[in-house]
Ligand binder design. Structure first.
Ligand SMILES: CC(=O)N[C@H]1[C@@H](OP(=O)(O)OP(=O)(O)OC[C@H]2O[C@@H](n3ccc(=O)[nH]c3=O)[C@H](O)[C@@H]2O)O[C@H](CO)[C@@H](O)[C@@H]1O
Ligand SMILES: C=C(OP(=O)(O)O)C(=O)O
Length: 491
């Protein structure tokens, strides 16, 4: 299957990596500068296309934060649930949904299909009413291309159409992100996909039920969700092995159960799903709180050496991160546990205190859940930069994400890129203000913002669409904690 057309920076990057792998060349500062220059050029162009009113921010940093902040519900559950609403002929109400750009893009796509969508109130409750017939021929390609989540239309749509087209999935530019596991999983339901040369997946369906358990090579989140959505309207029993037990998958399972879909093994790596013939119900669902936002706020408190309380932290998905931080010297207190609005996820309030951290002895690396969350790993970069000693951060998952962390050097952090996946970070950093353009990746962009919060003086962060893709009102909420950040438009 052909890959997506590669950008200039990706081609240069591949070339350099293949030379490095053959031990013919080391990654010099020159090459790094070349790659990062190209990446930012592309990002600026992309930013302008994505949002003509690109927002920039100015951070007057070096001020400790104080007070309390609540974690919002998660981007990744939101997008999965929006896709799953396509399974329901009745009205779906998603309560307290994250009001973020990624959600806006999926709403634009759903609306183009004829789905009636409205925000009901300022509590972020969203009502979704499907049309008699989905207008797949009208799909808003531009909005769809900006998200990775569009890939999760495959699972629901294979029950509706025998032939349809979707654009290649977008999302953070983190290097190659495979869609093969999705196609491998969904072929058990009769889906075949041709990846054409013009950026479209052409899907053909001869509906059938899986004849044997679906074993996944990777424990991917969205691929597990796609198979779950396909299985929800498949009347037989589907067994998914090596399934992701991660937070967004749990939310989707709880949502599907409301339709009478039977799911055993929620939160484990084997899911047994017995679907239903059709779904036509008026339901409401509250997605759970975002562990990645909780980690971001935690990191904000740590780098600014603040005492803050983070409320509604989904503790099961932050436990290992907290344990590592405790070993590094973080002082914190947890409240008693309480249950999220979905009636399932365990929450706590987390109070952190200003702490002197030391670098961990071993490398910091992510794992599919349970483990340090892949999306939480970048936050260890700015945390390591405040700790005494040298930390090895190893992002084996994404090809480009570790490279973006080198942007912290502009804020005076010592970050040494060993190869595309590993950085050494030596702290503590005497943060200095700087002007930086957001990389085309959500978490590294927030990591740079956090470095700016720690740096005395005025920093500028440009092109913040990537942050708005996954965080609601981050600037004003940080300002409520005592940060001083201003938003300004233009380029
Ligand atoms: C909308 C959404 O929910 N997005 C999340 C989801 O994306 P999503 O489910 O799309 O993640 P991908 O399928 O792109 O997986 C991320 C990367 O991890 C690799 N991989 C994954 C699992 C595994 O067992 N082995 C392995 O090698 C994949 O090949 C890929 O390179 O999961 C990612 C990994 O948690 C998160 O970063 C994204 O925020
Ligand atoms: C990688 C991420 O998101 P997406 O899958 O939407 O690109 C992320 O949330 O950090």
């Amino acid at each position: 299957m052909p890959n997506q057309i590669k950008s200039e920076s990706e081609q240069l990057f591949d070339q350099i990596m293949s030379q490095m792998e053959h031990n013919r060349q080391n990654l010099s500062v020159d090459m790094l500068t070349q790659i990062s220059g190209l990446l930012y050029k592309e990002q600026q162009e992309l930013g302008q296309q994505e949002n003509p009113h690109t927002l920039n921010i100015r951070v007057h940093g070096g001020k400790p934060l104080s007070g309390e902040i609540e974690v919002k519900t998660s981007k990744n559950a939101a997008v999965g649930l929006l896709c799953a609403s396509l399974l329901n002929k009745g009205t779906t109400t998603l309560r307290n949904l994250a009001r973020i750009e990624e959600v806006n893009r999926i709403i634009e796509v759903l609306t183009s299909l004829g789905v009636q969508i409205k925000w009901l109130n300022n509590l972020n409750d969203l009502e979704i009413k499907p049309p008699e017939r989905l207008l797949i021929e009208n799909i808003n390609m531009e909005a769809a291309r900006k998200t990775r989540s569009i890939i999760m239309f495959l699972g629901p749509l294979l029950h509706v159409f025998t032939n349809f087209e979707l654009p290649y999935a977008g999302g953070c530019n983190l290097g190659k992100r495979t869609v093969k596991p999705h196609l491998d999983g969904l072929k058990h339901f009769g889906l075949e996909v041709d990846a054409s040369q013009n950026g479209l997946y052409k899907a053909h369906v001869k509906p059938r039920q899986p004849k044997k358990p679906i074993v996944m090579i990777e424990r991917g989140d969205t691929v597990t969700e796609n198979i779950l959505m396909a299985a929800a309207l498949s009347t037989g029993t589907t067994i998914i092995r090596n399934a992701s037990p991660n937070y967004m998958v749990q939310d989707l399972c709880l949502f599907l159960q409301q339709f009478g879909v039977k799911i055993e093994g929620i939160g484990t790596t084997t899911l047994k799903v017995t679907g239903v013939e059709s779904i036509n119900q008026n339901v409401e669902y509250y997605p759970s709180e975002d562990p990645i936002e909780a980690m971001s706020l935690l990191a904000a408190g740590i780098v600014t050496k603040s005492q803050i309380t983070i409320r509604r932290v989904p503790i099961e998905f932050l436990e290992i991160e907290l344990l590592l931080l405790e070993e590094m010297g973080l002082q914190y207190e947890l409240s008693e546990e309480y249950v999220a609005h979905n009636g399932y996820t365990r929450l706590v309030d987390l109070e952190i205190k200003p702490s002197e951290l030391t670098a961990p002895k071993d490398k910091v690396h992510p794992l599919p859940f349970p483990g340090i969350n892949i999306d939480n790993l970048p936050f260890f970069a700015c945390i390591a930069a405040t700790a005494h000693g040298r930390t090895l951060v190893h992002d084996w998952v994404y090809e480009n994400r570790a490279i973006y962390l080198t942007e912290l050097t502009k804020l005076n952090a010592k970050v040494e890129l060993l190869d595309p996946h590993r950085v050494y970070i030596e702290g503590p950093t005497r943060w200095k203000s700087a002007e930086v353009i957001c990389p085309p990746a959500l978490r590294p962009s927030v990591v740079i913002l956090l470095g700016m919060l720690a740096a005395k003086g005025t920093s500028t962060l440009r092109n913040t669409y990537s942050i708005a893709r996954g965080y609601e009102d981050l600037v004003s909420r940080l300002n409520l904690l005592g940060a001083e950040i201003e938003i300004f438009g233009g380029n």
